[in-house]
Ligand binder design. Structure first.
Ligand SMILES: NC(=O)C1=CN([C@@H]2O[C@H](COP(=O)(O)OP(=O)(O)OC[C@H]3O[C@@H](n4cnc5c(N)ncnc54)[C@H](OP(=O)(O)O)[C@@H]3O)[C@@H](O)[C@H]2O)C=CC1
Ligand SMILES: O=C1CO[C@H](CO)[C@@H](O)[C@@H]1O
Length: 332
């Protein structure tokens, strides 16, 4: 069946890792979507994944999935260093793309992905789920509608205490490891989203394991005297909160990257009088993200968000490279 004669978007999965195994259920639950094939580096792994999730076709080799006629879109969840190569190949094969975050290793790679998709008329999204939760649009209304007064400063913290096993890509620099690409992506994204503009400059410091940053702290400055501080890492317990501080009130969310499924609402407005309003939102961010990819809405603002976020991550990485050469101010 060709795509033209079908009302269904047929997804192929590239990679069979932890997040794929969660997203597959979300794709299968999204109206108008099905998962027709899964590709792995090994046939054994592809067959295991296919049988586990009732996927019709197991494919060895990612390129063999891209040449299939029964695949209209791909969900790509590989280590970051492989995102550019397979996004560009997917674009050349005419497949819509949902690519895991971070979109790429750096802004030059993002530009290659964006150019390839534009050239081949392919829709793409980075799989930054929180941007698609209905509460994110409500946050934007609160910020732009003036409920917080003038927004001036943002704090973001995102971390988890490492459950790493041997071979973990997050600890391998050449695969795009380290908390800056992995988690700084989310934190930078909050600041970009809330201020609605690119960052001007950053100062960052990190703690390393081997050659990858495992805890990073950064100060980000934007035009008009706006600022943000971010903290991300693998050696503190789970944190996924932000505070968006305005002249009249602060918006706080302590599960922004993905709401806890089994916990009460965790968003509040704290105002200057000490009053606290709790905000309650329903919605499934991953399903809305998939609906956005397969829909027809213009994706330009989401692309700008991803492009600016990658530029911020790049700047943090550059700052880390040069910070050892700078003399910090002594406390003594
Ligand atoms: N949006 C979210 O909430 C989350 C996003 N992520 C993102 O998803 C991506 C994948 O992360 P995650 O699922 O944790 O990773 P995993 O290590 O669990 O899986 C990665 C998959 O990539 C494939 N792969 C291809 N080449 C390599 C290689 N050289 N080393 C390791 N794996 C390789 C493997 O699939 P195969 O062997 O089948 O070919 C593997 O299963 C990352 O970009 C990460 O940041 C991760 C978790 C949550
Ligand atoms: O994107 C992600 C979401 O958070 C996870 C930890 O909870 C990370 O491992 C992951 O890369």
């Amino acid at each position: 069946m060709t795509k033209e004669s079908a009302s269904t978007t047929r997804f192929g999965l590239i990679g069979t890792g932890r997040i794929t195994r969660r997203l597959v259920a979300d794709i299968q639950s999204t109206s108008g979507c099905e998962v027709t094939a899964v590709a792995s580096r090994t046939m054994e792994r592809a067959q295991w994944c296919a049988s586990q999730y009732a996927i019709a076709e197991a494919v060895q080799g990612y390129e063999n999935l891209l040449s299939r006629d029964d695949v209209d879109a791909v969900y790509l969840s590989l280590p970051p260093s492989l995102h550019r190569q397979w996004c560009v190949a997917a674009a050349e094969a005419g497949k819509s793309i949902l690519c895991e975050k971070p979109l790429a290793m750096n802004s030059a790679e993002v530009a290659q992905i964006n150019d390839a998709c534009r050239q081949h008329g392919v829709r793409w999204l980075d799989a930054t789920g929180w941007l698609h939760h209905p509460r994110t649009a409500a946050f934007a209304d609160l910020i732009r509608g003036g409920r917080l007064g003038t927004v001036r400063h943002i704090s973001v913290a995102i971390s988890f205490f490492e459950p790493f096993q041997s071979g973990e890509h997050r600890l391998q620099r050449e695969l795009g490891g380290g908390c800056v690409l992995d988690l700084g992506w989310y934190a930078c994204g909050v600041a970009r989203f809330a201020f609605g503009k690119p960052c001007r400059d950053v100062m960052a410091t990190a703690v390393y394991r081997g050659d990858v940053p495992i805890r990073c702290t950064a100060v980000l400055r934007f035009d008009d005297d706006l600022s943000a501080t971010i903290s991300c890492g693998y050696d503190t317990a789970t944190r996924k909160w932000f505070e968006i501080a305005g002249s009249d009130a602060s918006l706080i969310c302590d599960d922004f990257s993905r709401p806890w499924p089994d916990k009460p609402a965790r968003c509040w407005i704290h105002d200057a009088s000490g009053k606290v309003d709790q905000l309650d939102f329903e919605g499934h961010q991953e399903i809305r993200m998939i609906e956005t990819l397969i829909g027809e809405d213009d994706l330009a603002s989401l692309h700008a968000q991803a492009i600016d976020t990658q530029a911020m991550v790049d700047a943090i990485n550059r700052s880390l490279e040069t910070s050892s050469a700078q003399e910090p101010t002594s406390c003594i």
